[in-house]
Structures are given as C-alpha cells and as structure tokens.
Design a protein around this ligand. Structure first.
Ligand code: DER
Length: 234
C-alpha cells in the first residue's frame, strides 16, 4: 500500500465517526483531504445530511465549497461535535506535532473547540517523542522582527540542539500563513523533555502567535498500517 492509500484508509475510518446533524471541524493537509472528499461524497449520496463544516485553512475551505459542504465558523458555532485532522507526529501519549502545512493556528482554534478530535495518520507519523522525527516543529510568529523571535526560540532550546529556520516558499520568499504571519520551523536533535513547560516558554515570547505542539487535545488517533488499522483512544 502506498502512503497515500494508507492515509485514505485512516481518513475513511475517521468519517465513520461522523453523524448527520454534526458540526464538524475540517483540518488541513493531504490526509484529511480524503476525509473531506468522503464527507462530500456521503452528503451527495444522501447518506449524511445537516452537516456544517468549519474549516482550518483556505485550502480546505475551497475543497469543501467545491464539494457543496455547508460551511460556517467559530463565531456562529463556538462548540463543535467532532474535528478530523492529520498530524505530522504522534507520540505515545497522543501528543501531536501539527502545522507543517502552515495552518496550525486555525487548526488549534477549531480543534480546541471540539468535543472530540479524531487524528488520522499513516504509521510513518508515529514517534517516540515530539521532535523525534527530526522534522520541523512549526511556530507561527508575527513578521515584525521575526529574526529576533527566531533567535529567542532557538536559545530557549539550546540544550536540545535546536535550530530555528524561517519557513520559505519555492523561490525563497517567506511563507505567509492565512493569518498574514510567518512560520519559524524548529528542529530538535534531542527530546525536549517537559512539553507543557516548553509550550509555555514558547508562548511567553511576545512575537509568537502559536506553536505546533497539540498537547492533550486528541481524543482518538487512527493509525493506518500495512497490516491494518489501529485505533488509540485517550
Ligand atoms: O499541517 C497540519 O497540521 C497537517 O494536518 C499536517 O499535520 C498533516 O499533513 P499531511 O496529512 O499532509 O501529512
């Protein structure tokens, strides 16, 4: 099975949690894209109705519009029944790294407003500890003096061999989020230890908007593997 086929399997399994009448948080990225497609298909087939979607990025918004999924926002629906989204990393306690597609702020707002948050991943996303994949842990920062903020972030985690880099597009220009901010990607060489303390230290920096560690937020993680699906509940 290809990685995308595994993503689709996890996504379809997650959509089994969707019931008619639900207000749904719709995440961002290539895994949840399959779930949004499936929800659109079930609405089209009349197997689901009275669904309201609340999206976490312009990309997901456009996909949902093209599928005819009715949409609203947190202002009108401050409490959601269920959110479905992918993740970049999942640790054994179901803590997540998210945001490599640049949507972490809206994802954290929407998924923080949901009664249930189902995460869908292929097995390549499982790590022993956050940051363990050696890939980026994104932090959304204001563009104003972003170098200053990046240096403060890097110095905060000097003991974990942290390197902080501005997320850029293909031609080297800064990536700009849907909220008009920049992303500083943090790379760790060692376990950052106390995640709650790390989260608070990052959020204390005035130039930081939000970070990509989603601690104690997932209620269920669906993992698609070659040998089948495993479901981990909080
Ligand atoms: O950026 C995000 O938070 C995405 O949900 C990401 O974590 C997963 O993206 P993928 O499904 O394309 O791997």
């Amino acid at each position: 099975l290809t990685q995308d086929e595994l993503k689709k399997i996890a996504a379809y399994k997650a959509v089994e949690h969707v019931e008619s009448g639900m207000i749904l948080g719709l995440g961002s990225g290539s895994t949840v894209k399959h779930a949004v497609d499936r929800i659109g298909e079930l609405l089209q087939l009349g197997k689901l109705h009275n669904i309201i979607g609340i999206t976490t990025s312009q990309n997901t918004h456009q996909q949902a519009v093209s599928l005819g999924i009715p949409l609203s926002d947190l202002d009108d629906h401050p409490v959601l029944d269920l959110a479905i989204d992918g993740a970049d990393e999942v640790d054994p306690h179901l803590n997540l790294v998210k945001g490599r597609c640049g949507s972490l702020l809206r994802e954290k707002m929407v998924e923080g407003a949901c009664k249930k948050f189902v995460v869908i991943v292929d097995e390549s996303k499982l790590v022993d500890y956050l940051g363990g994949s050696g890939l980026a842990m994104p932090v959304e920062v204001v563009p104003f003096c972003w170098k200053f903020t990046a240096k403060m972030l890097q110095d905060l985690f000097r003991n974990s061999g942290c390197v902080a880099k501005l997320k850029c597009g293909e031609s080297g220009e800064p990536f700009v989020t849907d909220n008009g901010n920049y992303i500083v990607d943090m790379y760790f060489k060692k376990d950052i230890g106390d995640l709650r303390a790390a989260s608070e230290a990052i959020l204390r920096l005035a130039g930081v908007v939000e970070h990509g560690m989603f601690l104690d937020m997932a209620t269920t993680v669906i993992v698609a593997r070659e040998l089948g699906i495993t479901v981990k509940n909080k």
